[in-house]
Design a protein around this ligand. Structure first.
Ligand code: NAD
Length: 436
């Protein structure tokens, strides 16, 4: 099939590459000229495990092309995917300007039947808005489909190639048949393609992300309570997670969710509810808890140093909002490092993939190390902010040799309490005993 993908970010590039992998001819279009040039020269603009080999193979086979020209991308394509940003607007709602202006541009260019498919996360009613805009600009036949993306950064290729489900919102039989044909290679194990109306499909994506964010905020509150009551959140987590109605996944407490999706999607759903005069109480609490979680973590650090960071060096492991990605959007590290600098600390940070993005985006006056140990030299404390696998089994004796004070604030509960006791660290984690 001939496909166009508009926007080559984390979603668009993975979508385009994975769709070309099953033999489709895909042209990806992006307004960022530098990015397109880079991809044309065979370089990936993002870090995503497993993407590189598929990217190179399909470029070599000439099934995966890149352009900055929308007209060129959509000319022969029957299916046009919109993988454009839908950032949080000033009032907390989703900013649809990218989607709506691209829809108008597409409408002016199409000459034959097209299916315009929204992969971006968009509020309920967007398919109607896109339909209206296209209709106002063309007489050509078309269908607009909602097809939210559920991939997770860090395992995006695996998620796209073997999705647990695909959700498609459309009332058109023609579009339904085309999408069934497109997606059948990805659901051969029997996972469902769930067809529904556009509004339900649009809401499904927000409901999924908001439910997951709720799970995180709930566990963070349980962890905070564990600290007050002298319970161990790891025990509680295992105790509840073995109940299949609850499940083992997504129960790890930490320093709050970040990333380019949860914060904006929870906010957008709360805003949609607001606009419908529905007071979605849980969502407001989820956002409040999340905001406070990183503040509470930093408060422990400030308390330890009596709010005096003069001459103190703080080492940081992890900048990305989660492991296996270079994405730092809404990462708790941004807030925490800014605050530390404001309080006068010197900060040295290491992240396996996210340093460039962090430095370009924040421009903070911190130093970066080439590995986890380099940043520990003469450090008064180590803060662990992302649970990269490489941090899980360090050489504790080497750490102690390098650090001035043997103090760790672990925002991701990477280490066993007993191990840290034996190693003799002052160890502060989330929802567990503090070792002084
Ligand atoms: P992104 O910011 O990484 O990428 C967006 C891309 O669109 C950028 O390369 C940008 O240059 C390009 N772009 C902007 N305007 C354009 C235009 N007019 N024409 C062509 N290209 C244009 O965004 P993302 O993380 O890939 O997210 C895209 C959408 O998918 C969002 O709605 C997001 O909520 C949703 N989503 C994201 C994820 C994720 O994990 N990142 C997962 C599921 C859904």
């Amino acid at each position: 099939m001939k496909i166009a993908v508009v926007g080559t970010g984390y979603v668009g590039l993975v979508t385009g590459t994975c769709l070309s992998e099953t033999g489709n001819e895909v042209t990806c279009v992006d307004i960022n000229k530098q990015k397109v040039q880079m991809m044309r020269e065979g370089h990936l603009p993002i870090y995503e495990p497993g993407l590189e080999s598929l990217f190179h193979r399909n470029i070599a086979e000439e099934r995966l092309l890149f352009t900055t020209e929308l007209a060129e991308a959509i000319e022969d394509a029957e299916l046009i995917f919109l993988a454009l940003p839908t950032p949080m607007g000033d009032d907390g709602s989703a900013d649809l300007s990218y989607i709506l202006s691209a829809s108008a541009d597409i409408a002016k260019l199409i000459k034959g039947y097209k299916v315009i498919i929204t992969k971006s996360t968009v509020p309920v009613g967007t398919a109607d808005k896109v339909t209206a805009i296209i209709k106002a600009n063309t007489d050509v036949e078309f269908d607009v489909v909602s097809n939210p993306e559920f991939l997770r950064e860090g395992v995006a290729v695996e998620d796209f190639m073997k999705p647990e489900r695909i959700v498609v919102g459309t009332k058109s039989d023609r579009a339904r048949a085309l999408l069934t044909q497109l997606y059948s290679p990805y659901v051969r194990q029997g996972n469902p393609i769930i067809f529904m109306d556009e509004r339900s499909s649009e809401l499904t994506k927000y409901a999924a992300n908001s439910f997951l964010a709720t799970k995180i905020s709930f566990m963070n509150e349980i962890a905070n309570l564990c600290e007050k009551l002298g319970a161990d959140v790891d025990m509680v987590r295992m105790g509840i997670g073995s109940d299949s109605r609850i499940g083992k996944r997504f129960l790890f407490p930490g320093i709050g969710y970040g990333g380019s999706c949860f914060p904006k999607d929870v906010s957008a759903l709360a805003k949609s509810a607001d606009e419908s005069y529905y007071d979605f109480k849980i969502l407001n609490a989820v956002m409040e808890v999340n905001k406070l979680q990183k503040v509470a973590f930093l408060e422990k650090v400030k308390d330890y140093f009596n709010y005096d960071f003069d001459g103190k060096k703080i080492a940081v492991w992890g900048l990305a909002f989660k492991p296996e990605t270079d994405d730092i959007r809404e990462a708790p590290a941004i807030y925490i490092l800014k605050e530390l600098l404001e309080y006068g600390a010197t900060v040295a940070a290491y992240d396996p993939e996210a340093i460039n993005n962090f430095d370009n985006y924040t421009n903070l006056k911190i130093s970066y190390g080439d590995d986890s140990y380099e940043v520990l030299k003469d450090a008064d404390a180590l803060l662990i902010l992302t649970e990269w696998a490489v941090f899980r089994n360090p050489e504790f004796s080497k750490m102690k040799d390098l650090m001035k004070q043997h103090v760790i604030f672990d925002g991701r509960n990477l280490f066993d309490i007993d191990t840290m006791l034996n190693q003799g660290f002052t160890y502060n984690s989330i929802g567990r005993t503090t070792l002084d």
